[in-house]
Design a protein around this ligand. Structure first.
Ligand code: NAD
Length: 428
């Protein structure tokens, strides 16, 4: 496994600079888009359960809101850095733009480890976070959502505090709320299904029927489980899944050459997406090293676990038959590995297009909250399919017309839409 660490904001800026050059963007627009419009750093004092006050550090970064309110999650992480938050907020701008939803990019975080905090302490951090920023966020300016180590409960505490401060009901201020409390049906499935909507379109372009393909997947969490479920429904066969084993502090790949059964695996998976290895063996799964998912002789790889998983150290292990890589995770491929994949002519479905189903459904949640009328699951998923399919079509059409790598084409579309909005507003 590669050990080199990347500063995510430098990576995000380098990616942007490459696209800015391709688009020949004016200097002013370039300068504006390569950094956040606004960022807030603040302290959150919390009286802990032991009676002492502990001060946490919180952030909110609004990379760009020219196309609509900033949108992006709030992360709780002990190693959170402002550069990670900046990079993620920039990627949110491109993600919302590539799927053409009227939102910009934002991200927030608190340096803390929820594993070592009581629920009461977590609630006070959530309420403290929004108290510090309540004047600079809101349904028409910046809309947060759950992210790493935050969930619908955290969002409801934040919403409740925001509503107390502003004196009203603003359910469109936060997305990722539980269903029944303003959440949208279909959100659980949205990211994984979105991955497969674009994968299905890519297979059409390549003249491959899903039933004639096989896949290997890294991860068995929210994104992977629903991606596998829909891909299998289309007739595809997943032969290997890799996931993290908390007890052994390592990852394993579980392989069944006849095809994995997502229902039986879900039944033996913990809430963190770890598969029980003994019960998997009893069900006839072979257990291989964690990285083996990448070396399988399949048509499709779906990295849906973590960043930097396909890197300089392992990219050459990708089997010759692999035709498509559908990036479910954020940033699963390092820039060096990406060059190798591009040269090999593998059809890459880039992360910020492929996993945009989640934010698209969050946008639907906002629309439903703002109109106070909620759609059934079929309506949500049909609209999601339509958005993802047209986003893929636009990116592929440009890639084919200008002979661009799919990742570059997705960036060109996303950045040029935001650049256009910035120009039309007269900002640069
Ligand atoms: P999750 O926490 O539900 O699942 C993560 C999975 O990855 C688990 O099965 C875990 O065992 C596995 N994993 C962790 N470390 C691993 C390793 N070293 N090797 C193999 N497997 C490992 O997470 P998720 O919500 O499914 O998100 C997965 C990725 O997709 C992340 O990069 C996330 O940022 C991205 N993403 C998620 C959403 C969403 O809506 N959930 C939206 C956009 C992007």
């Amino acid at each position: 496994m590669e050990t080199r660490s990347y500063n995510p904001f430098e990576v995000a800026q380098a990616q942007f600079d490459k696209v800015a050059a391709l688009l020949d963007l004016d200097e002013g627009v370039r300068e504006l888009l390569r950094q956040p419009l606004r960022e807030y750093h603040f302290t959150i004092p919390v009286r802990m359960d032991d009676g002492k006050v502990k001060v946490f550090k919180g952030f909110r970064v609004q990379h760009n809101d020219a196309r609509g309110p900033a949108k992006g999650g709030i992360r709780f992480h002990p190693m959170e850095t402002i550069d990670t938050v900046r990079a993620l907020s920039m990627w949110m701008t491109w993600k919302c733009s590539v799927v053409d939803i009227p939102l910009g990019g934002g991200k927030g975080g608190v340096i803390c480890d929820p594993h070592h905090l009581s629920l009461r302490e977590q609630e006070l951090i959530c309420r403290g976070w929004v108290r510090q920023i309540a004047r600079n966020v809101g349904p028409v300016s910046d809309v947060p959502a759950p992210d790493v180590m935050t969930n619908g409960q955290h969002m409801l505490w934040i919403l409740d505090e925001f509503e107390a401060i502003h004196g009203g009901r603003y359910p469109g201020f936060i997305t990722g709320k539980p269903v029944g409390m303003g959440g949208s049906l279909g959100r659980t499935e949205a990211t994984g299904y979105g991955v497969v909507y674009v994968l299905r379109e890519a297979l059409k372009i390549l003249g491959l029927k899903p039933a004639a393909t096989t896949a290997s997947v890294q991860g068995f969490g929210n994104v992977a489980q629903y991606a596998i479920r829909l891909y299998t429904q289309l007739g595809g066969k997943v032969i290997a899944i890799s996931c993290w084993d908390q007890a052994d502090k390592t990852s394993y790949t579980f392989r069944k050459k006849g095809g994995v059964n997502v229902d039986e695996l879900q039944g033996i998976t913990d809430k963190f997406g770890g598969i029980d290895k003994d019960r998997a063996r009893d069900l006839g799964y072979e257990r291989l090293p964690g990285e083996a998912w990448l070396e399988q002789d399949v048509s499709i790889l779906i990295p849906a676990a973590l960043e930097n998983q396909i890197n300089r150290g392992n990219v050459k292990k990708i089997a010759g038959g692999v035709k498509v890589i559908a990036e479910g995770a954020n940033g699963p491929t390092t820039p060096e590995a990406d060059e190798v994949i591009k040269e090999r002519g593998i059809f890459v479905l880039p992360d910020f297009l492929t996993n945009a189903g989640g934010v698209t459904c969050s946008y639907f949640e906002q629309v439903q909250c703002n109109t106070n009328y909620f759609w059934d699951k079929k309506e949500v998923l049909d609209k999601l399919d339509s958005k993802m399919t047209s986003a893929f079509a636009a990116v592929h059409e440009l890639a084919a017309r200008r002979k661009l790598y799919m990742r570059d084409a997705a960036y060109v579309i996303a950045v040029s839409r935001v650049a256009e909005a910035v120009r039309q507003r007269g900002w640069a």
